[in-house]
Design a protein. Structure first.
Length: 257
C-alpha cells in the first residue's frame, strides 16, 4: 500500500486519512493525534484558528510544513463573501492556495449552501485557488462542481459532527460512478467501521475531526482510524465476493469418497 498514492491537481498524498484540528484539549494533544493517525493532510479553520499572527501561539507552530500539507478551510462561513475572504486571507498569510471550501446554509444542521458553494468555487478557481468543496451527497451538485474546475469533491456522509456514519450509501455510490475526480468523504464518520466502509465503497479518502477529537481516547481513535482507512482501501482494491442468498461450499466436493 505504500505506493498507493492519492493525486489531486498534481499533488501527491501518501495517506488517505485526512484530519481536522478542532475540539482537542490543547495543541499538544492535537499534534499527537495527527502523528498517530499517519495523516499527511491537516485541515485548519481559518476563521477559528489563529493562522495569521505569527507573534502569538499558533497551531502551525506544532505542524511541520515539510511533513504535512496544511489545508485551510472556510468553516463557519455562511456567505459567499465570507468564504472567499477567508480563503484569500489564508493564501495571503502564506498558508496555501489549496482550500477546503465551505459555505454553510443552516446553523442548526450545518448543511452546505450548494448555490453559494458553486458561486464561491467559481470565484476562487478564477483566482487560481485549488478548490476542494465540502458539499452534500447530491450527485448533480458534485458534477457541477467538477464542471467548473474543482479537482475533487468532498460529499458529507452525515451532518457535521453527528457520528451517524454513511446515511445514504446509494447517493455516495452514484457520485463515485459519475464524477471523474477523487471523492473524499467528509463529515459524519463516527468510528473506525464507518471509515472502512467509506473506503470499501470506493472513496479516495476520508476526512474527519470530531470522530477522533471527541473520542474518549483521541490518540487511540486516531490509530484505529489509520488502520480502518488502510483496511478499507485494501479491501476495495482486492474486490469483495458477491453477496448470495444461500451458502456456497468453500471446499470442492468432486472426488470425495
Amino acid at each position: 500500500m505504500n505506493d498507493d498514492r492519492l493525486t489531486i491537481a498534481g499533488r501527491e498524498f501518501r495517506s488517505r486519512l485526512w484530519v481536522g484540528t478542532g475540539k482537542y484539549k490543547d495543541f499538544v494533544e492535537t499534534k499527537k493525534a495527527i502523528e498517530t493517525s499517519g495523516a499527511d493532510v491537516v485541515t485548519v479553520a481559518v476563521r477559528r484558528v489563529n493562522v495569521t499572527d505569527r507573534n502569538s501561539e499558533n497551531l502551525l507552530d506544532y505542524l511541520d510544513p515539510k511533513q504535512y500539507t496544511i489545508l485551510p478551510n472556510t468553516a463557519g462561513c455562511y456567505t459567499v463573501e465570507d468564504a472567499v475572504r477567508y480563503a484569500r486571507l489564508a493564501r495571503a498569510a502564506g498558508v496555501s492556495d489549496l482550500v477546503k471550501l465551505e459555505v454553510i446554509g443552516d446553523e442548526r444542521t450545518l448543511f452546505p449552501d450548494t448555490a453559494g458553494l458553486i458561486e464561491a468555487a467559481r470565484i476562487l478557481i478564477k483566482e487560481g485557488f485549488v478548490v476542494l468543496p465540502y458539499t452534500n451527497d447530491d450527485p448533480i451538485v458534485a458534477q457541477k462542481l467538477v464542471d467548473i474546475g474543482c479537482p475533487a469533491v468532498m460529499p458529507l456522509a452525515a451532518p457535521i459532527g453527528s457520528g451517524l456514519g454513511i446515511r445514504n450509501p446509494y447517493n455516495l455510490k452514484i457520485i463515485l460512478e459519475t464524477v471523474n475526480v477523487p471523492v473524499i468523504v467528509d463529515a459524519g464518520v463516527g468510528t473506525a467501521s464507518d471509515a472502512a466502509l467509506a473506503m470499501e465503497y470506493g472513496a479516495d479518502a476520508v476526512l474527519m475531526n470530531t470522530a477522533i477529537a471527541g473520542a474518549k481516547e483521541p490518540i487511540a481513535m486516531a490509530e484505529a482510524m489509520k488502520y480502518a482507512v488502510e483496511a478499507g482501501r485494501l479491501a476495495y482494491k482486492a474486490g469483495r465476493i458477491p453477496r448470495k442468498l444461500y451458502a456456497t461450499a468453500s471446499s470442492p466436493i468432486e472426488g470425495m469418497l
